[in-house]
Design a protein around this ligand. Structure first.
Ligand code: T46
Length: 144
């Protein structure tokens, strides 16, 4: 591992804190385009009814940037830039995990009733995916 790879993962994957309005009626958090999010939001999707033993992800994106939230419950995100691996447990709806392009991600350990919401920089495009890890590694190391 060298410093350039460490800093690539540091800059490419980070937690984003959203505001929280505390209220006895229930808390409120909001997301503003052009303020909290480092890209224009072109798509929102969410995962729900996820079995606790499910494994999702297992891919990287050529261009897509995303921010992943656990709106309810919790799950683990394993992150890999081709050199450095890390993991995040998402369980706080105020904290989103920003993931830039060319980062492999895997998701597991979903709690019962977990809801994952994702803000994405582009509309869905299967051609943007690396779904084969070796192909991703070759690309990220400059051979793809
Ligand atoms: C990611 C993680 C967090 C669509 O038609 N439109 C969409 O917007 C999406 C996201 C998926 N799909 C179709 C493509 C597949 O036929 O839904 C099916 C399941 O997609 P996938 O296996 O990619 O789902 P996950 O949960 O493994 O991954 C998704 C996102 O694809 C991915 O970008 O980072 O959630």
């Amino acid at each position: 591992m060298n410093d350039s790879h460490v800093s690539r993962l540091k800059g490419s994957v980070r937690l984003i804190d959203l505001p929280q309005i505390r209220d006895p009626r229930g808390d409120l958090t909001f997301v503003e385009g052009g303020n909290h999010i480092p890209f224009d939001i072109r798509r929102v999707y969410y995962l729900y009814n996820v079995p606790v033993d499910a494994e999702r992800g297992g891919h990287a994106h050529r261009d897509l940037e995303q921010i992943v939230f656990a709106l309810s419950g919790s799950f683990r995100m394993r992150i890999d830039d081709g050199e450095t691996k890390s993991e995040y447990w998402l369980r706080d709806p105020r904290k989103g995990l920003y993931i830039s392009r060319m980062i492999w991600r895997e998701m597991d350990s979903f709690s019962q009733g977990a809801v994952c919401m994702v803000l994405a920089s582009h509309r869905y495009d299967e051609a943007d995916y690396y779904r084969d890890y070796d192909e991703f590694l070759a690309a990220v190391r400059g051979r793809g």
